[in-house]
Design a protein around this ligand. Sequence first.
Ligand code: FPP
Ligand code: MG
Length: 364
Amino acid sequence: MPATLSIQECTAPINAQLALVKASIKNIVPPESRWLAEALGHSLGGEGKLLRPVLTLLMAKGLGLLEGTHDTSVIETASVAEMIHVATLLHDDVLDDADLRRGRETVRAIWGNSVSILTGDYLLAQASLKLSQIGNIRLVAIYSHVLSHLCDGEVEQLRTSYQLSVDWDSYLRKSIGKTASLFSAACESAGVLAASYADLTEDDIQRLASYGKNFGIAFQIIDDLLDYTATEAELGKPVLGDLRSGLLNAPVLLALGSNRLDDTAKAGLRAEIEGLFTTAQAAQAAAAKADDESSGATVALDAQVAHHIAAIQNYLTQAQALDATLALANDYAQCALAGLAPLAPGPAKEALEGLVHLALTRKK
Ligand code: FPP
Ligand code: MG
């Protein structure tokens, strides 16, 4: 694993271009509707890490693209990746009934679900406009595929939620669709832009894309881990949210497949998950009906949810599932690093290595 770099050190080689990306996103054609303009300003005004544009810019830098006059298309392509990301969050918060994102009120909490969806749609429209202005048809195809994968991953998650039959294939399909496809595109797009100017083969471009894809899977697996290990303050949202909302994430899937649990323990774990899913759904329904969150039925169901969660956590400890989750994320991280082979040694490549390390060690 590479030496630890801070996020500031990782972005240092492309700070100037990152400022241009922020300006480009801020300068998208403003909507005429005041609500839409306010919601757009709110959704773009948070403390986002801009990880996807950072990937595009560092790849571009590593490929020598930021030295000359080709900056504009790289900046605009990096902006598209962030705009699509923010659009998915605006839609996702509606699907998840989420009131908080990165510690701030969501657009849906302030303006309602319809405005949140339409703000996301507006961002997608503006991202398409940017792509059309860049004029590289392959980039249009790459980002169109990403949008398809995002929808596919999200629907796969819907299909499998509150189900015990989730397997790794489904988990990976969901994770690649929801997270890794956009990381992959952010990297591949830099390769596509560089191919017009540099001696880069299709195989090289695909290796760069595989860095993004494997990084994205590792990132998602760490997200799953943080659902158990981080605090609500660190996450900016309630913890253990995956299980409560019916999702079998990586630690649970690893525990269910672990040879540290015998068949009886696995059956016990399954029964606890089933119990949690049933009570969590009942608790949500009761909370939605009750005027008062401290009503007797809600409190009793919340206590049962807490009981199931404690039992599941015990099984995860027995299975050493959190260690196994970190090890799995590390495997994907190693695959990501191998994808950097087409880049010459230098600050951009070191930063891309450093980002993988940061993703593995992040606390939120
Ligand atoms: C966050 O998931 C959600 C995503 C990374 C992708 C969401 C994708 C869609 C809603 C479908 C496609 C949308 C568009 C605009 C094409 P999470 O709920 O697991 O994570 P969170 O805790 O950050 O909300
Ligand atoms: Mg969500």
